[in-house]
Ligand binder design. Structure first.
Ligand code: GRF
Length: 224
């Protein structure tokens, strides 16, 4: 099997990155060849290095107001490692339309809400404030509109009556760690087809995995 050369882009903790590195054994269709951070102090860098995955830092702060320069420096790292697909994993920089266009169909993100509800930041606080009973996460292809690209998979979790933002975030994060490696594997294996702006996954076997709801009882209880 030819594995797609994968870069993971992070800015912080990197727990989704860690879940993907954990899943990416020899049978996984993507091979992590680079973890790239826009911050030198991202905790995920140490996790990646401990797993033997090459890391690089392109400090966004050094390119204040020069997004094209920042992205050119990132492109140089991506090219140096022969990257074919990119997974954003808590990468806190909005990419330009040019960058997104160059990587169209090969650039994927996880967002901590059931899109199109709650795009942007502070999704858990907004979900609590709105009174929704279901919240969750979405894996989607990245397009120029922030948090707007075609959806590959979603996982729903309940919002419980006495939830705090932290408890809800932890419940969603546990779902993210299940969902992201699965959805990324479909993209890497070439099973994602774009039709009329929607992403369809070839093969019905993946259908149950692309809507994780409800979560297994054990996962739910471990985070409440
Ligand atoms: C996650 O909640 C993810 O959905 C969002 O940023 C957070 C990153 O967490 N895009 P981590 O760095 O993967 O732990």
């Amino acid at each position: 099997m030819k594995r797609a050369r994968l870069a993971l882009l992070i800015s912080g903790r990197g727990s989704n990155m860690a879940a993907i590195l954990e899943a990416a054994g020899p049978d996984y269709p993507a091979e992590p060849v680079l973890v790239l951070s826009n911050r030198a102090d991202a905790a995920g860098l140490g996790v990646a290095a401990a797993k033997g995955v090459p890391t690089a830092v392109v400090e966004s702060r050094a390119f204040k107001g020069d997004r094209a320069g920042f992205e050119a420096a990132m492109e140089a790292e991506l090219a140096r490692h022969g990257v074919e697909i990119i997974a954003l994993a808590g990468f806190m920089r909005v990419l330009t339309a040019d960058f997104v266009r160059r990587w169209e169909g090969r650039l994927i993100n996880i967002h901590p809400s059931l899109l199109p509800a709650f795009p942007g930041l502070d999704t858990h606080a907004r979900a609590l404030a709105s009174g929704v009973r279901l919240h969750g996460c979405t894996v989607h292809l990245v397009t120029a509109g922030v948090d707007e690209g075609p959806i590959l998979a979603q996982a729903a979790v309940p919002v419980l009556p006495d939830d705090t933002e932290a408890r809800l975030a932890a419940r969603v994060l546990a779902a993210e760690h299940q969902l992201y490696p699965a959805a990324l594997s479909w993209l890497a294996a070439g099973r994602v087809r774009l039709e009329a702006g929607r992403a369809n996954i070839a093969s019905v076997e993946s259908a149950p995995d692309s809507l994780l709801n409800p979560l297994p009882r054990a996962v739910l209880l471990s985070t409440t």
